[in-house]
Design a protein around this ligand. Structure first.
Ligand code: S3P
Length: 416
C-alpha cells in the first residue's frame, strides 16, 4: 500500500519549517503530496528525492521561507490548501493558494474565518472558495476555537497559524479527528497538549528536524479490505497499514457487518500504530453505521457504499453530511453510480440507505474524485459484465499504482 497522504503532507510541511535536515521514508508519491513538496520548493526549501518514497528536506526554520513567484498550486488537495492557509497566514509575504476545478468549489470559510479571528487577512471570492490570497506581515494572536465541524484540516490550519501567534491557540472539536499534526509537532519538539477532541499550543518555539517514517495509508488499504471481503474465496495480506484509531472506523463497521479481518504483527513505526491485515471473504449484513464512527472513516464511505450494496439487508448512514463537500459530493455521486449498476439506494441530506443486492455492469461518473473511481473499480470485481468509470485520472492524487496493484490481486482493470 502507498504511504499515508495525511502524514506525507504534514511531514513535508513541518520538516520544511524545521531547523535542520529531515529524512522522510514511505512518502506518498501522489499528486497531492507532491504538490505540497513543490510549493515549499517554490518558497526556497530544498527537497531532494534520492529514491521513490524518500525525501530529504533541508528545513529553513519557522521564518526562513521566501516569497514565492506566482501562485501556489494545491492541485486537487484540500489538505494542502487548508493547512497551508494556516501556515501562510504567519508569513511576512503574501501568497495565493489556488487549485483545480474540484478544489476551486470547496468551502474554505471553515479555515479563513477562524484564521481571521486570529488576525489573519485572507481574501477569497464571494463564495468563500479558492483562490485565496493570504496576506503576510500580520500579527497573529492565539484563540480558543470551538470548531463546529469535525475536521482535522480546520484544526491543523489553526495549529500551524498558532506556531506564529502570540499566546495560546486551542481547538476543541465536536468529535475527535485524526491527530497527525499534533503528534508530529510533538515529534519535531514543539510543546503541544492534546487529547481526543482538544488540542493546544503556544507560539514562540522552534521545530527541530527529525526523520519521519510514513505508514501505509489505511484509506488506500480500505479498497482492498472491501474487495477481499466481497469477492468469494479471497484472501489478502496487507502489510504495514497505519492503524491510528482516528482512521480505522471502517474496520469496526465492516466487522459489525460480518467481515473477516485479522490484525497481526501490531507494532509502532515512526510513532504511529501499524499492523498487517489479513482479510478473507465473508458474507456481509447491512447495519446502521454508528454516527460515532463517521469521523474515523470519513474517507472510507465510497468503499463502504460498495460493501453495503453487496451486503444482505439495508445499511443506513447518518451524520455524514461532510461527504457532500469532499472532492465531489460523495453521497450524490455514489448514489447515482450505484443506481446505474442496479442498486436500490435512497439519499438523505447527511447519508444514505443502501439496500444490498446484486450489482450489474454499467457506466458511472467519478466526477474526477479519486476515491469514487477506486470504489467503483472494486465493484467491478463482483458484477457480471463490466463497469466503465469515467474521469479517473485523479486516482493518482492518492494512489499511484492502484491499477497495477488491483490487477496483481485478481481484479481486471483496464485504463483507456
Ligand atoms: C485530512 C482530513 C480529512 C480527510 C482528508 C485528509 C487531513 O478532511 O477527508 O482526506 O489530512 O487532515 P476534513 O478535515 O475536511 O474532514
Amino acid at each position: 500500500m502507498p504511504g499515508d497522504k495525511s502524514v506525507s503532507h504534514r511531514a513535508i510541511m513541518l520538516s520544511a519549517l524545521a531547523d535542520g535536515t529531515s529524512r522522510i521514508r514511505g512518502f506518498l508519491e501522489g499528486e497531492d503530496t507532491r504538490a505540497t513538496a513543490r510549493i515549499f520548493g517554490q518558497m526556497g526549501v530544498r527537497i531532494d528525492a534520492p529514491s521513490p518514497g524518500e525525501r530529504v528536506v533541508h528545513g529553513v526554520g519557522l521564518r526562513g521561507l521566501r516569497a514565492p513567484e506566482g501562485e501556489l498550486d494545491c492541485g486537487n488537495s484540500g489538505t494542502a490548501m487548508r493547512l497551508l492557509c494556516g501556515a501562510m497566514a504567519g508569513q511576512a509575504f503574501d501568497s495565493i493558494l489556488a487549485g483545480d476545478a474540484s478544489l476551486s468549489k470547496r468551502p474554505m470559510r471553515r479555515v479563513t474565518e477562524p484564521l481571521s479571528t486570529m488576525g489573519a487577512r485572507i481574501e477569497a471570492p464571494e463564495a468563500g472558495t479558492p483562490p485565496l490570497r493570504v496576506c503576510g506581515g500580520r500579527a497573529l494572536r492565539g484563540i480558543d476555537y470551538e470548531s463546529p465541524i469535525a475536521s482535522a484540516q480546520v484544526k491543523s490550519a489553526l495549529l500551524l497559524a498558532g506556531l506564529y501567534a502570540e499566546g495560546e491557540t486551542f481547538v476543541t472539536e465536536p468529535r475527535p479527528t485524526r491527530d497527525y499534526t499534533e503528534r508530529m509537532l510533538h515529534a519535531f519538539g514543539w510543546p503541544v497538549e492534546f487529547g481526543p477532541g482538544r488540542v493546544g499550543l503556544s507560539g514562540g518555539h522552534a521545530l527541530r528536524a527529525v526523520d519521519v517514517d510514513v505508514p501505509a495509508d489505511f484509506s488506500s488499504a480500505a479498497f482492498f479490505i472491501v474487495v477481499a471481503s466481497i469477492v468469494p474465496d479471497s484472501e489478502l495480506l496487507l502489510r504495514n497499514v497505519g492503524m491510528n484509531p482516528r482512521r480505522t472506523g471502517l474496520l469496526h463497521v465492516l466487522r459489525a457487518m460480518g467481515a473477516d479481518i485479522m490484525e497481526s504483527n501490531a507494532r509502532e513505526a515512526g510513532g504511529e500504530p501499524v499492523a498487517d491485515l489479513i482479510v478473507r471473504h465473508a458474507p456481509l449484513r447491512g447495519i446502521d453505521v454508528p454516527v460515532a464512527h463517521v469521523a474515523d472513516m470519513i474517507d472510507e464511505f465510497p468503499a463502504l457504499f460498495i460493501a453495503a450494496a453487496c451486503a444482505e439487508g439495508v445499511t443506513t448512514i447518518r451524520g455524514a453530511e461532510e461527504l457532500r463537500v469532499k472532492e465531489s459530493d460523495r453521497i450524490a455521486v455514489m448514489a447515482t453510480g450505484l443506481r446505474a449498476l442496479g442498486a436500490r439506494i435512497e439519499e438523505t441530506p447527511d447519508g444514505a440507505m443502501i439496500e444490498g443486492g446484486t450489482l450489474h455492469g454499467g457506466t458511472v461518473e467519478s466526477h474526477g474524485d479519486h476515491r469514487i473511481a477506486m470504489a467503483f473499480a472494486v465493484a467491478g470485481a463482483v458484477v457480471d459484465g463490466a463497469i466503465t468509470i469515467r474521469d479517473c485520472a485523479n486516482v493518482a492524487t492518492s494512489f499511484p499504482g492502484f491499477v497495477e496493484l488491483a490487477n496483481g490481486c485478481g481484479l481486471a482493470v483496464h485504463t483507456a
